[in-house]
Design a protein around this ligand. Structure first.
Ligand code: AMP
Length: 118
């Protein structure tokens, strides 16, 4: 069982922010911004590559609700999901990082030439 499924099953502790029948949101253990929350579906899906559009419909609303719960909906925030090896995905259970609570930077993403594919 993956680590996020264990969090869903309460086999591993987490700092939960919001939960409903289908989704869970909890604080990232290694925050990269004042607000760094992970939102996940309770059903195991490896990554964004495999997720069904029907799940994303309610996932979108859930992420919006997390932003409201954390009081960052008005000030702004960033949503990221890492996919696969080049996406630097470490945990193979679909999750959306929700960052906020400060002005976020938007800079260096890789050492490759960013114009090499243009
Ligand atoms: P990613 O690289 O997109 O797969 O990100 C995985 C994220 O999960 C990282 O930001 C980790 O800090 C976070 N993480 C890993 N284990 C836990 C845990 N037990 N509780 C909360 N966050 C975790």
């Amino acid at each position: 069982m993956c680590i996020f499924c264990k969090i869903i099953n309460r086999e591993i502790p987490s700092n939960i922010i919001l939960e409903n029948e289908d989704f869970l949101a909890f604080h990232d253990i290694n925050p990269k911004a004042p607000v760094h929350v992970l939102a996940i579906p309770k059903v195991h899906v490896d990554s964004f590559n495999e997720v069904a559009p029907e799940i994303m419909k309610n996932m979108t609303k859930f992420i919006q609700d997390v932003a409201k719960e954390m009081n960052i909906d008005k000030s702004g925030y960033r949503v990221i999901t890492n996919v696969g090896e080049n996406g630097a995905q470490e945990v193979k259970h679909l999750h959306f990082h929700i960052f906020g609570g400060a002005k976020l930077s938007w800079s260096h993403l890789s050492d490759a030439n960013p114009k090499s594919m243009i």
